[in-house]
Design a protein around this ligand. Structure first.
Ligand code: C5P
Length: 324
């Protein structure tokens, strides 16, 4: 019997790109949020050796360029385990979509192999392996609302906020993250003397996040985050603070359709809309399920591929990962 693991997507609630580091990565500051959209992975172990990826979607690679392939190899080596790992990927999330699909698939593979072998690894070992595969894997070991710093791989759980309705628009465009970073560097070069530097931009978001958290804690007795009435959903309070995704500056000029999709979400009633990661997915946060369902109908009528979902609390995330 294969082990079935759900691999949930994430969105970025604000993302600031900082300075380019000597190791070729950029400093980042972001808030990740897991959402209900997901792929399904089935992991099984057979006699023999090697890794086999099965997926009906032709855009998903079957070789070592697949994050699942790489992580499965690393886990088997780390555990000194023998056998052939079969990874079946039921792809529902967009490929190169900014929802962390490939990263979430890799974490689901690690969890699935551990379960199939009945040999869980210590958290530090899991993180070491995940970080070698990509910057936005570690967030999927936490779920819910998460602060991401460093190159995005250093993750810290934020309070578990109530779920919020969300609409995701997935244009048929694949955006390359390394290319988007390179374009960011090219554009920021001439304006370095006048514009906010990478570090200033990160400090700005840091201050906004600190103000948001201290506001939440100064007005809510501990443990009552889920019952906050007057101030509304804490995630809405966060986006009201004016958070931005720096990737919009380089991705929207190259793909004008994505800027149009963001405007369409706002037009359809989103309280906040943004590109997720480097795109091409856009999301909108809505005040109610009813508002998001009306927005989906409206967006689809206008020709956008829109899906309704909601943010996932940490508890719901972990119920879902191994749930039916
Ligand atoms: O870590 P990940 O494999 O997702 O990164 C893909 C590429 O994106 C890196 O090789 C690097 O070019 C770029 N990147 C970056 N700064 C980050 C994360 C990724 O420049 N913080």
């Amino acid at each position: 019997m294969p082990v079935t693991v759900k691999s949930f997507a994430k969105i970025n609630l604000g993302l600031r790109i900082g300075p380019l580091r000597p190791d070729g990565f950029h400093e980042l500051l972001t808030v990740y949020q897991t959402i209900g959209l997901h792929d399904v992975l089935r992991i099984s172990l057979q006699r023999g050796a090697g890794i086999e990826i099965q997926c009906a979607d032709p855009r998903v690679p079957r070789d070592e360029s697949n994050t699942c392939f790489r992580i499965a190899e690393k886990v088997m080596t780390a555990l000194g385990a023998k056998g052939r790992v079969i990874i079946e990927i039921e792809k529902r999330l967009p490929v190169q979509g900014g929802l962390g699909g490939a990263s979430a698939n890799a974490v689901a593979t690690l969890l699935g192999v551990e379960r199939a072998l009945r040999r869980p690894m210590p958290a530090a070992e899991r993180l070491r392996i995940a970080t070698e595969v990509g910057s936005d894997l570690p967030l999927f070991f936490i779920g819910g609302t998460i602060l991401g710093v460093g190159r995005g791989e250093q993750v810290f759980p934020l309070p578990d906020f109530p779920a919020m309705s969300c609409v995701v628009v997935t244009p048929e465009i694949g955006v390359s993250t390394p290319r988007a970073f390179a374009e960011w560097d090219r554009r920021s070069e001439p304006s370095k003397l006048t514009a906010l530097s990478g570090s200033d931009r990160m400090n700005e978001l840091s201050r906004e996040l600190s103000a948001w958290l201290s506001e939440l804690y100064s007005s809510a007795p501990s443990g009552s985050m889920a019952r906050r009435g007057r101030a509304g959903n804490p995630l809405l309070a966060l986006v009201r603070a004016g958070i931005e995704n720096d990737f919009e500056e380089v991705v929207f000029p190259e793909y004008p359709k994505l800027g149009q999709a963001k405007r369409a979400l706002v037009h359809a009633g989103a309280k906040y809309a943004s590109l997720s990661g480097s795109g091409s997915t856009l999301y909108g946060l809505f005040a109610s399920r009813q508002a998001s369902s009306l927005a989906v109908a409206r967006l689809r009528k206008a020709g956008w591929a829109a899906r309704m979902t909601s943010t996932l609390t940490r508890a719901a995330y972990w119920r879902g990962v191994y749930g039916n």
